[in-house]
Design a binder for this molecule. Sequence first.
Ligand code: ADP
Length: 280
Amino acid sequence: LLKPIDRPPWILNHDSIKTIKKLGEGAFGEVYMAELTTDKVSIPVAVKTMREEVSRDSRLKFMKEARIMRKFHHQHVVQILGIAVHEHPLMLVMELCLGGSVLSYMRKHKGKTTLETKLRFVLEASSGLAYLEEKSCIHRDIAARNCLLTEKHAVKISDFGMSDERKTLTDERLDKVPVKWLAPETMQNKIYSSKTDVWSFGVMAYEIYSDGGEPYPTLTNIQTRAKIIVQNYRMEMPKDVPPAVVTLVSECWAKEPENRPPFSKIHERLLSEYKKEHGD
Ligand code: ADP
């Protein structure tokens, strides 16, 4: 006897999602803490919603973000659980990260975050990024604001709104992206690759070690761009950063993308530094 095909569990019913409180504001709508109930079991989740009135283009971007995230399962990448698309607002249901962003954590604990925690944050981020690199995913918006923390302060790479599955791409729409995180070839030729994520990772390491400081604090975006491209200028890392990390970050900021280390190597080197300084 033929049976009807079950609705794939990936597609969730709005009835199974109960929003509890607002957590943040996304580009297309609010992000909520919610409770997801499947098979009578309820779990806390985060839901990114999309307002009904957004453009078709935004809706496609939202779906692309869900489709790309669906392929990833890693302890340092935010897990997507499903999407709810039968009613408005459209919802993207994800693992809940109650610790807020790494950027807000650094600013809130200014002067109090230990070197061990800082190294663990960059190490865990590099672990998630090495996984994404292996899966040929370019994130394109690596920054401390886009790394979230769980309640127990594990780092999760988040916000795949700009991510892409091509090895390299050129994107003319540069206006919205924060200039101070961009590699020189992105600033100049709008080229993105895993190696441009590596550059941004270096800027994020600066953010973490400076307790959430603004990169190039004395420069405007236009001055930053000019100094990096024309004078080959690079930021100085704060004084207490371990020499191994200073060297690694300077390699992430190599002018030629091929001279930057891949995330697989970055992760290896940070792991050995962590073990050397803080044990296993
Ligand atoms: P967008 O890319 O659409 O602007 P983000 O992914 O940056 O949206 O999310 C906006 C905000 O929502 C984040 O800064 C964060 O505060 C919150 N948020 C997003 N995802 C989660 C999550 N999985 N858990 C907890 N909070 C989240």
